[in-house]
Design a protein around this ligand. Structure first.
Ligand SMILES: [Zn+2]
Length: 288
């Protein structure tokens, strides 16, 4: 029996994604780091509300590429969330492409890293986006809800249609707690738990969508409880969105059945063979 595994031979992956880049990221990130959890932060280069992180120019506010800002997000992924957080379906073709390029370029300059992911603002699916994203080097597009709830932990077949698990307030509810238990119990191949939210929701108790919180007011304490529960598990890989994309894209190029493994990629790909974890070395083909 040959079963695919995640990086380092892990059975499961957990990833987080937080949108809009507000000052509450300054409290959220140390909490993620305390539990060695990994997240992707989806930022709007042109809509930065924290003046400490931005400077006002003639054209509006822009991110500052300060070392302080780079230090804060270090170890996590920076991804695009559009330049101005507009309703992208109301933009013309030219405006949409311009908004996308502007955000990628602004974030790239501010953080000194390649921008390879995109979370759609306002959860809008616009059929023009996949072509625009691919053209500008973006590998995945993340949405805010999931249609295939029968397979809650399945990876996307197409990463340009990546539907996460529920919002981070959900896991306080009985059905959310059950979802976490199911995730740690499932024997399906390559289960992924993908939790998303906004750091400002931890403090702005009456913000849009606050009914989701079901009366929880000490949201940092709730979140720390959630982190404590899911962190530091031996069989879990904690990864950013793009790390998952990169590993899975390589795994999907690897051919295998119960008699052989053929890994044509540049990275080791992990498998469980009759209960034993092995790493198929890059560019290797062998019988099992
Ligand atoms: Zn947003």
């Amino acid at each position: 029996m040959v079963k695919p595994l995640y990086k380092y031979g892990k059975k499961r992956v957990i990833t987080f994604s937080f949108d809009d880049g507000r000052e509450q990221d300054e409290k959220l990130i140390p909490l993620l780091n305390k539990y060695s959890l990994k997240a992707t932060f989806n930022l709007n280069g042109g809509r930065c509300r924290n003046d400490r992180f931005a400077k006002v120019t003639e054209n509006g506010k822009f991110w500052v590429g300060s070392s302080e800002l780079r230090d804060l997000y270090r170890g996590h992924e920076i991804a695009s969330h559009s330049y101005l957080h507009k309703k992208i379906n109301e933009l013309s073709d030219e405006e949409l492409e311009e908004d996308t390029i502007k955000d990628i370029e602004t974030l790239k300059k501010a953080f000194g890293v390649e921008i390879r992911g995109y979370a759609t603002p306002n959860g809008i699916r616009d059929k023009r986006m996949p072509a625009i994203l691919k053209k500008h080097g973006i590998c995945y597009e993340r949405f805010t809800c999931r249609e295939d709830t029968d397979m809650p932990f399945a990876l996307p077949k197409d990463f340009l249609w990546w539907q996460p698990n529920p919002h981070f307030s959900y896991y306080a509810k009985d059905e959310g707690k059950k979802m976490i238990e199911d995730f740690f119990r499932t024997n399906e191949d390559l289960p992924c738990l993908y939790i998303w939210g906004h750091s400002y929701e931890l403090e702005l108790l009456d913000c849009k969508g606050s009914e989701r919180w079901n009366g929880i007011t000490d949201r940092y304490a709730y979140l720390e409880g959630l982190f404590e529960n899911i962190a530091k598990r031996d069989d879990v890989w904690y990864a950013t969105n793009i790390e998952i994309y990169d590993y899975i894209t390589n795994l999907r190029r690897t051919r295998y059945d119960d008699t052989y493994i053929d890994n044509p990629t540049d990275i080791p790909i992990y498998f469980e063979i009759n209960g034993k974890v092995i790493a198929a070395p890059p560019h290797s083909r062998f019988g099992v």
